[in-house]
Design a protein. Structure first.
Length: 206
């Protein structure tokens, strides 16, 4: 059977495959990593993780180099969950790549993944992210740093827009400016595109 022409349908197929027994779905799902539309790949990665693919760690690490920022965000989340050997180094390199992204998704996900490895692996990058170009990433970094290094606000000079009092007085200014697709943050622009494609295809709900 030929793949459906709509990327949203192929993405939904990956979601379904992730619910099937691995002996039935694993190889079919793995083949979808080669989809020409990289917007399908986040769902494929999530499906492979649910299927507990034996090489999931290596697959996720390899996807940290992808041009698509949502693919990298998804891969980073999975690396953070699995914590494979070599993951910290790969995440450091991915963070450099994500520095050029207009969207926050990959940078936020990479910082979270590094935090899963512990303070020694994450603290330096998280502190650097306190000066990120996007306010939402700065808030996310501050939130992570409060867990990694309790009391850090009393030790380091914090930007005024990241102080606890500011965040409490204006809780709407937070990282939760995004929608969720397949378990990872997705920028509003990508969500809008998905919604438009979905309505056109009449096949998949957002």
């Amino acid at each position: 059977m030929e793949p459906d022409s709509q990327w949203t349908v192929r993405s939904a197929l990956a979601d379904v495959l992730g619910t099937l027994p691995p002996n039935v779905a694993l190889e079919r799902t793995r083949s979808m990593l080669r989809d020409e539309d990289r917007r399908v790949v986040p769902s494929v990665l999530n499906a492979l993780a649910r299927l507990k693919a034996p090489d999931m760690a290596n697959v996720a690490l390899s996807q940290l180099k992808e041009p698509d920022f949502v693919v990298r965000a998804t891969a980073a989340r999975i690396v953070g969950e699995l914590k494979p050997q070599g993951g910290v180094e790969a995440l450091h390199e991915a963070l450099k790549l994500a520095g050029a992204d207009a969207a926050i998704d990959a940078r936020a996900a990479i910082l979270s993944a590094l935090a899963e490895y512990g303070a020694a692996a994450a603290t330096a990058d998280v502190k650097n992210a306190l000066s990120d170009k996007d306010w939402a990433v700065r808030v996310h970094a501050a939130t992570l740093l409060r867990k990694l290094e309790p009391g850090f606000e009393q030790i380091y000079s914090m930007p005024s827009d990241l102080s606890t009092s500011t965040m409490k007085s204006d809780p709407g200014r937070s990282l939760v400016r995004t929608s969720t697709l397949a378990g990872v943050p997705v920028s509003a622009s990508r969500t809008a595109a998905l919604g438009a494609a979905t309505r056109g295809a009449g096949a998949v709900g957002c």
